[in-house]
Design a protein around this ligand. Structure first.
Ligand code: NPG
Length: 369
């Protein structure tokens, strides 16, 4: 396939309500889309880098810049020899920028698979037609508000609840949710790196709530800290930000830093690396689940395909469109019996709705050969 042109579309998509984590609060999902035009057809992807570099060092302006300045021209140079599988090796020389790399790989894979009339799910090796859905619940202003949101999500049918925590918003809210909704609720927490090695006793108190896991309690570079914490608490530790490749996943597993992994394709450079992490974890008997980066339908579609692979044995943050958006950029994904259907059409299996994209687009720029 040959890359003829790329349209970089900047979108500001309003969230239904502000989403607050220990890293900050978001009320508008600011992202860049890569819309690729090739000689075999077009493809779409949503780059997960958000407005601020607060989850990782990536942010949308930087992603747009590195795509325009380096990645797109380099992929165009491959001429007819370009395939989605070559994106990773071709851009390997550039350090980091995994979300930008993932956006190019995903859009080209979408174009390639649409042309081959094959779905993402079938290409990635999915074994299920629908996936169980969990929901991520942000930090709130009050416990009453938290309980009311959790109760609403359970009424919607979500099968597991993930509570965002930070120092000062941990033991009490988790206790109240556990006491209010009972022992059968699948419950886990996500600290987004908010704690330090001085907080082990506090984190150990969470053991009393029979949580599925504590996600990324310490700094992403503190692998040894996570090893020590895993030995100190009985709740399983799950890494997110720390896992950026199949190698880092293998090492974290071998060292005993993680016993469950959150896989986000964008964080690790794309779906091909994500499948490698799935495979490494599966060989080691480590379950995985699919995380989310507030993606609109364009990004959510491919995540659902990944979440249908066999070692995704825990419900992911693969929520319905209505969890975050009043209007999604594609046909909305809906919750049915706590599950979401995996798209079956060619490529990512969904198309952007032009009027919605026009409404949320703040700029559009073409990069041509
Ligand atoms: O369901 O898309 C979703 C969001 C799930 O909590 C979620 N994502 O830390 O995992 C995270 C968090 C996040 C959102 C991180 C946006 C970075 C940006």
């Amino acid at each position: 396939m040959k890359l003829e042109a790329v349209e970089l579309i900047r979108l500001n998509v309003p969230l239904k309500s502000a989403f607050r984590t220990s890293e900050g609060s978001v009320s508008i999902h600011e992202v860049v889309w890569t819309h690729v035009i090739t000689d075999v057809g077009e493809g779409w992807a949503e780059c997960a880098a958000n407005g601020l570099p607060d989850y990782s060092s990536e942010y949308h302006d930087a992603a747009a810049d590195v795509l325009k300045r380096f990645f797109i021209p380099e992929l165009m140079k491959l001429g007819d020899d370009l395939t989605a599988e070559l994106v990773g090796p071709t851009l390997h020389w550039a350090k980091g920028h995994r979300m930008a790399k993932a956006a190019m790989e995903t859009a080209l894979l979408d174009a390639q698979l649409r042309h081959a009339n094959q779905s993402f799910a079938s290409y990635l090796g999915a074994t299920r037609q629908r996936v169980p859905a969990g929901v991520s619940v942000g930090i709130m202003d009050s416990i009453e508000e938290l309980l009311s949101f959790v109760s609403g999500y359970l009424a919607d049918g979500y099968l597991r609840i993930k509570l965002k925590i930070e120092p000062g918003w941990d033991y009490e809210p988790v206790k109240l949710v556990r006491d209010t909704f009972g022992d059968d609720l699948l419950l886990q927490v996500d600290a987004n790196t908010a704690y330090t090695r001085d907080d082990f006793d506090l984190l150990k108190r969470l053991d009393e709530f029979n949580l599925l896991l504590i996600e990324q309690p310490l700094n992403e570079e503190d692998i040894l800290g996570h090893v020590k914490l895993s030995q100190y608490v009985s709740t399983p530790i799950c890494l997110d930000e720390s896992i950026v490749s199949a190698e880092s996943a293998r090492d974290a597993i071998e060292l005993g830093a993680t016993s469950i992994i959150n896989i986000k394709p964008s964080r690790v450079g794309g779906y091909l690396e994500a499948v490698k992490i799935h495979d490494v974890a599966q060989k080691c008997g480590i379950p995985v689940w699919c995380g989310g980066m507030l993606e609109t339908g364009i990004g959510r579609a491919a995540n659902l395909a990944l979440a249908a692979l066999p070692n995704f044995t825990l419900p992911g943050d693969t929520s319905a469109s209505a969890r975050y958006f009043s209007a999604d950029t594609t046909e909305p994904f809906v919750l049915r019996d706590g599950h979401i259907d995996v798209p079956t059409g060619p490529g990512i299996g969904v198309d952007p709705i032009p009027e919605v994209v026009d409404r949320f687009a703040v700029s559009r720029e073409w990069i041509k050969r």
